[in-house]
Design a protein around this ligand. Structure first.
Ligand code: ATP
Length: 218
Protein backbone atom coordinates (compact mmCIF):
# COMPACT_ATOMS: atom_id res chain seq x y z
CA UNK A 1 0.00 0.00 0.00
CA UNK A 2 1.30 3.43 -0.95
CA UNK A 3 2.16 5.49 2.14
CA UNK A 4 2.62 9.21 2.62
CA UNK A 5 5.85 9.81 4.51
CA UNK A 6 7.61 13.02 5.47
CA UNK A 7 11.36 12.79 6.07
CA UNK A 8 12.80 15.69 8.06
CA UNK A 9 16.59 16.06 8.14
CA UNK A 10 18.48 14.79 5.12
CA UNK A 11 21.86 13.75 6.50
CA UNK A 12 23.21 10.29 5.59
CA UNK A 13 20.44 8.51 7.51
CA UNK A 14 17.47 10.68 6.47
CA UNK A 15 18.48 10.84 2.83
CA UNK A 16 18.87 7.07 2.56
CA UNK A 17 15.45 6.54 4.20
CA UNK A 18 14.00 9.05 1.71
CA UNK A 19 15.59 7.50 -1.40
CA UNK A 20 14.66 3.95 -0.43
CA UNK A 21 11.03 4.80 0.42
CA UNK A 22 10.68 6.66 -2.87
CA UNK A 23 12.22 3.73 -4.77
CA UNK A 24 9.68 1.47 -3.03
CA UNK A 25 6.90 3.59 -4.55
CA UNK A 26 5.80 5.67 -1.58
CA UNK A 27 4.98 9.38 -1.60
CA UNK A 28 7.86 11.14 0.16
CA UNK A 29 8.10 14.77 1.22
CA UNK A 30 11.75 15.56 2.05
CA UNK A 31 12.60 18.56 4.25
CA UNK A 32 15.90 20.12 5.30
CA UNK A 33 17.08 23.62 6.13
CA UNK A 34 20.13 23.16 3.91
CA UNK A 35 19.40 23.81 0.23
CA UNK A 36 22.20 21.49 -0.94
CA UNK A 37 20.76 18.57 1.04
CA UNK A 38 17.34 19.29 -0.47
CA UNK A 39 18.72 19.50 -4.02
CA UNK A 40 20.48 16.17 -3.57
CA UNK A 41 17.15 14.33 -3.09
CA UNK A 42 15.15 16.31 -5.64
CA UNK A 43 15.06 13.39 -8.08
CA UNK A 44 14.58 10.84 -5.31
CA UNK A 45 11.47 12.21 -3.57
CA UNK A 46 7.94 13.33 -4.52
CA UNK A 47 8.66 16.83 -3.22
CA UNK A 48 11.81 18.28 -1.66
CA UNK A 49 11.56 21.54 0.29
CA UNK A 50 13.84 23.86 2.21
CA UNK A 51 12.26 24.59 5.60
CA UNK A 52 13.08 24.98 9.26
CA UNK A 53 11.79 21.90 11.05
CA UNK A 54 11.34 23.84 14.28
CA UNK A 55 9.08 26.45 12.68
CA UNK A 56 5.43 25.45 13.03
CA UNK A 57 4.40 27.76 10.19
CA UNK A 58 6.81 26.03 7.80
CA UNK A 59 5.55 22.58 8.79
CA UNK A 60 1.91 23.66 8.43
CA UNK A 61 2.38 25.30 5.05
CA UNK A 62 4.02 22.13 3.73
CA UNK A 63 0.95 20.17 4.85
CA UNK A 64 2.87 17.89 7.23
CA UNK A 65 -0.39 17.16 9.07
CA UNK A 66 -1.65 15.22 6.05
CA UNK A 67 1.11 12.62 6.29
CA UNK A 68 0.61 9.29 8.06
CA UNK A 69 4.22 8.77 8.91
CA UNK A 70 7.14 11.06 9.79
CA UNK A 71 10.82 10.22 10.06
CA UNK A 72 12.76 12.88 11.95
CA UNK A 73 16.46 12.46 11.33
CA UNK A 74 18.12 15.41 13.01
CA UNK A 75 20.91 13.91 15.04
CA UNK A 76 23.17 16.61 16.39
CA UNK A 77 20.82 19.44 17.30
CA UNK A 78 19.00 17.90 20.27
CA UNK A 79 16.76 20.91 20.80
CA UNK A 80 15.65 20.96 17.15
CA UNK A 81 14.99 17.23 17.16
CA UNK A 82 12.86 17.37 20.33
CA UNK A 83 10.95 20.48 19.27
CA UNK A 84 10.25 19.07 15.82
CA UNK A 85 9.03 15.76 17.34
CA UNK A 86 6.63 17.65 19.63
CA UNK A 87 5.25 19.76 16.80
CA UNK A 88 4.84 16.93 14.32
CA UNK A 89 3.05 14.87 16.96
CA UNK A 90 0.84 17.89 17.82
CA UNK A 91 -0.04 18.31 14.15
CA UNK A 92 -1.56 14.85 14.39
CA UNK A 93 0.89 12.68 12.44
CA UNK A 94 0.07 9.14 13.49
CA UNK A 95 3.50 7.52 13.44
CA UNK A 96 6.52 9.62 14.34
CA UNK A 97 9.87 7.81 14.23
CA UNK A 98 12.89 9.75 15.37
CA UNK A 99 16.63 9.23 15.14
CA UNK A 100 18.48 9.64 18.44
CA UNK A 101 22.14 10.30 19.08
CA UNK A 102 22.34 8.44 22.40
CA UNK A 103 20.31 6.95 25.25
CA UNK A 104 19.62 10.30 26.92
CA UNK A 105 18.31 11.71 23.65
CA UNK A 106 16.21 8.55 23.21
CA UNK A 107 14.59 8.94 26.65
CA UNK A 108 13.64 12.56 25.99
CA UNK A 109 12.14 11.67 22.60
CA UNK A 110 10.07 8.88 24.17
CA UNK A 111 8.78 11.33 26.81
CA UNK A 112 7.65 13.86 24.20
CA UNK A 113 5.71 11.23 22.27
CA UNK A 114 7.99 9.66 19.63
CA UNK A 115 6.38 6.38 18.56
CA UNK A 116 9.71 4.78 17.81
CA UNK A 117 13.25 5.92 18.50
CA UNK A 118 16.10 4.67 16.35
CA UNK A 119 19.78 4.74 17.20
CA UNK A 120 21.19 3.58 13.85
CA UNK A 121 24.82 3.20 14.92
CA UNK A 122 23.76 1.22 17.99
CA UNK A 123 21.35 -1.04 16.08
CA UNK A 124 23.83 -1.64 13.28
CA UNK A 125 26.54 -2.40 15.85
CA UNK A 126 24.35 -5.10 17.44
CA UNK A 127 23.58 -6.53 14.00
CA UNK A 128 27.25 -6.69 13.02
CA UNK A 129 28.14 -8.32 16.36
CA UNK A 130 25.58 -11.06 15.69
CA UNK A 131 27.02 -11.64 12.23
CA UNK A 132 30.51 -11.94 13.70
CA UNK A 133 29.26 -14.17 16.54
CA UNK A 134 27.83 -16.64 14.10
CA UNK A 135 28.60 -16.83 10.43
CA UNK A 136 25.43 -18.90 10.08
CA UNK A 137 23.39 -15.76 10.78
CA UNK A 138 22.53 -13.98 7.54
CA UNK A 139 20.35 -11.34 9.17
CA UNK A 140 18.80 -10.50 12.50
CA UNK A 141 15.65 -8.64 13.56
CA UNK A 142 14.96 -7.93 17.21
CA UNK A 143 11.20 -8.13 17.93
CA UNK A 144 11.53 -7.38 21.64
CA UNK A 145 14.10 -7.75 24.41
CA UNK A 146 13.58 -11.53 24.36
CA UNK A 147 12.27 -12.44 20.91
CA UNK A 148 14.00 -12.22 17.54
CA UNK A 149 13.80 -13.38 13.96
CA UNK A 150 17.00 -14.84 12.51
CA UNK A 151 17.90 -15.62 8.94
CA UNK A 152 20.09 -18.71 9.20
CA UNK A 153 22.07 -20.31 6.40
CA UNK A 154 21.25 -24.04 6.07
CA UNK A 155 24.18 -26.27 7.04
CA UNK A 156 24.98 -29.92 6.23
CA UNK A 157 23.12 -30.93 9.38
CA UNK A 158 19.75 -29.84 7.95
CA UNK A 159 20.21 -30.07 4.16
CA UNK A 160 18.11 -32.83 2.52
CA UNK A 161 15.95 -33.20 5.60
CA UNK A 162 12.28 -32.26 5.83
CA UNK A 163 10.89 -29.85 8.40
CA UNK A 164 9.00 -32.80 9.86
CA UNK A 165 12.25 -34.71 10.43
CA UNK A 166 13.94 -31.65 11.89
CA UNK A 167 11.02 -30.92 14.29
CA UNK A 168 12.42 -27.49 15.03
CA UNK A 169 9.33 -26.36 16.90
CA UNK A 170 9.18 -29.44 19.13
CA UNK A 171 12.93 -29.61 19.77
CA UNK A 172 13.84 -25.95 20.02
CA UNK A 173 10.54 -24.09 20.46
CA UNK A 174 11.34 -22.02 17.36
CA UNK A 175 9.09 -21.42 14.34
CA UNK A 176 10.30 -21.58 10.74
CA UNK A 177 8.45 -18.67 9.15
CA UNK A 178 9.89 -18.97 5.66
CA UNK A 179 12.61 -20.58 3.56
CA UNK A 180 14.56 -18.45 1.11
CA UNK A 181 16.54 -19.62 -1.91
CA UNK A 182 18.02 -16.62 -3.78
CA UNK A 183 15.03 -14.54 -4.90
CA UNK A 184 12.48 -17.29 -4.25
CA UNK A 185 10.80 -17.19 -0.84
CA UNK A 186 8.57 -19.98 0.44
CA UNK A 187 6.46 -17.99 2.89
CA UNK A 188 4.34 -20.86 4.14
CA UNK A 189 6.64 -23.84 4.60
CA UNK A 190 4.89 -27.12 5.33
CA UNK A 191 6.16 -30.17 7.21
CA UNK A 192 6.97 -32.03 3.96
CA UNK A 193 9.26 -29.25 2.64
CA UNK A 194 12.85 -30.38 2.36
CA UNK A 195 15.74 -28.01 3.12
CA UNK A 196 18.08 -27.65 0.15
CA UNK A 197 21.65 -26.50 -0.24
CA UNK A 198 21.82 -22.68 -0.32
CA UNK A 199 18.55 -22.28 1.61
CA UNK A 200 18.19 -19.62 4.27
CA UNK A 201 15.78 -20.45 7.10
CA UNK A 202 13.85 -17.54 8.60
CA UNK A 203 13.24 -18.58 12.19
CA UNK A 204 11.43 -16.84 15.04
CA UNK A 205 11.81 -17.57 18.74
CA UNK A 206 13.12 -16.65 22.16
CA UNK A 207 16.75 -15.60 21.91
CA UNK A 208 17.87 -18.50 24.15
CA UNK A 209 15.95 -21.04 22.05
CA UNK A 210 17.33 -19.55 18.85
CA UNK A 211 20.85 -19.78 20.25
CA UNK A 212 20.22 -23.42 21.16
CA UNK A 213 18.94 -24.18 17.65
CA UNK A 214 21.86 -22.38 16.06
CA UNK A 215 24.42 -24.21 18.23
CA UNK A 216 22.91 -27.69 18.29
CA UNK A 217 20.38 -27.88 15.46
CA UNK A 218 22.44 -26.40 12.66
P1 ATP B 1 23.74 11.62 9.64
O1 ATP B 1 22.48 10.92 9.27
O2 ATP B 1 24.50 12.10 8.43
O3 ATP B 1 24.56 10.88 10.64
P2 ATP B 1 23.48 13.50 11.75
O4 ATP B 1 22.96 12.58 12.78
O5 ATP B 1 24.90 13.97 11.87
O6 ATP B 1 23.23 12.96 10.30
P3 ATP B 1 22.72 16.18 11.53
O7 ATP B 1 23.83 16.39 10.55
O8 ATP B 1 22.75 16.87 12.82
O9 ATP B 1 22.48 14.68 11.78
O10 ATP B 1 21.33 16.55 10.84
C1 ATP B 1 20.84 15.89 9.73
C2 ATP B 1 20.21 16.92 8.82
O11 ATP B 1 19.20 17.66 9.53
C3 ATP B 1 21.19 17.96 8.25
O12 ATP B 1 21.14 17.87 6.85
C4 ATP B 1 20.67 19.28 8.77
O13 ATP B 1 20.77 20.31 7.80
C5 ATP B 1 19.21 18.98 9.09
N1 ATP B 1 18.67 19.86 10.12
C6 ATP B 1 19.18 20.13 11.34
N2 ATP B 1 18.39 20.99 12.00
C7 ATP B 1 17.35 21.27 11.19
C8 ATP B 1 16.18 22.12 11.28
N3 ATP B 1 15.93 22.85 12.37
N4 ATP B 1 15.34 22.17 10.22
C9 ATP B 1 15.58 21.44 9.11
N5 ATP B 1 16.64 20.65 8.96
C10 ATP B 1 17.51 20.56 9.97
Amino acid sequence: MKKQVVVIGLGRFGSSVCRELYALGHEVLAIDQDVEKVDAVNDFSSQASVANATDEKDLKSLGVRNFQHAIIAIGDDLQASVLCTLMVKDLGVEKVWVKARDLQHQKILEKVGADRVIQPENEMGIRVAHHVDSEKIVDYIELSKDFSILELAATKKVINRSLEELSIRANYNCVVLAIKQDEHVNIAPVQEDVVKEGDVLIVMGHREDLKRFEDKGL
